[in-house]
Design a protein around this ligand. Sequence first.
Ligand code: NDP
Length: 345
Amino acid sequence: MSTAVNRRWLLASRPEGAPVVENFRFDEAVLPVPGPGEMLLRVIYLSLDPYMRGRMSDAKSYAAPVPIGGLMEGETVAEVMESHNPDFVPGDIVLARIGWQSYGLSDGSGVRKIARGSVPISTALGVLGMPGLTAYAGLKNIGMPKAGETVVVAAASGPVGSAVGQIARIRGARAVGIAGGAEKCAYLIDELGFDAAVDHRAPDFAEQLARACPDGIDVYFENVSGKVFDAVFPLFNQFARMPVCGTIAFYNATGFPEMETIVPALMRAVLTKRLRIQGFIVYDFASDYPDFARDMAGWIAEGRVKYREDVVDGIEKAPDAFIGLLKGKNFGKMVVRVGPDSIDE
Ligand code: NDP
């Protein structure tokens, strides 16, 4: 332990457009020492998520940006190494937001214990964690799919989209996934049981989507925006719902693209089709967590929800993996394996 160093990634500069490796600075520091009430955590898995692009920018948003020189933010699965907190003992595995580093301190606020069980502990960052809850709560509170309805979701092979499609099917709806490339589309149908899948990179994407939704769209779970939304918009049925969860097509944009505005057409459709559009941040529905945790664990055990992780080994690879995530290079929930599951490994 005394020879261990804390390896971490700091924000070196704010990206202009897509982030590049130079926006991050690698740093090695001595291990932090826990004070009264605190514990020292060793990171096992670091979650990489699209929202981190927003934290790199100082544009006004729902959360404060990471300051220049500050530690990149992120959720981790970690092991308690030393504890001065009565609620945790060394050896506990916990979910803690301690960022892009190999060790960190916590006073226990917002930290949750994770039981080792039939699923890997890394799933606490994906299907059983924040992205899974996002899908569950966005559908339950806003999308509200009914049996026989058509639910469309993009970024469909990722942790949010894959859960949206599978939960929609559990609710008796028809699930149509949109993903980048033939391999991801085949996975949606063959492994996850989606009813149809459409490649958003296909030149005739809009036509393919219309063919995949012969009865129109009742729920569009918006993860992407941009061209995908343009293709979805004409297909909305009366009383369709659109939970707005993410707009990843624009996360690297430095401003809004110059295009003819669709606002009048959108407003007309909202009125005449009585569309319901509501943005949400997963924490708006934190009270759904206990129901989510119970339902999702059950569905996984029954084989009704499947998940896929894209695990990169080594914290030094975090910036590249994150840059790739924004371009769709990940296939499944993107996590970085920062250290071994057990220090005996
Ligand atoms: P993913 O692991 O699915 O990764 C993002 C995916 O987005 C990429 O793999 C890529 O998939 C797709 N993508 C990127 N750019 C485009 C584009 N221009 N057009 C179409 N697809 C694109 O991410 P998550 O499941 O973690 O997150 C999905 C969405 O949900 C994001 O927008 C995220 O910000 C949002 N989110 C919102 C939360 C909230 O509280 N509101 C909480 C959690 C997530 P492909 O190869 O298929 O194109």
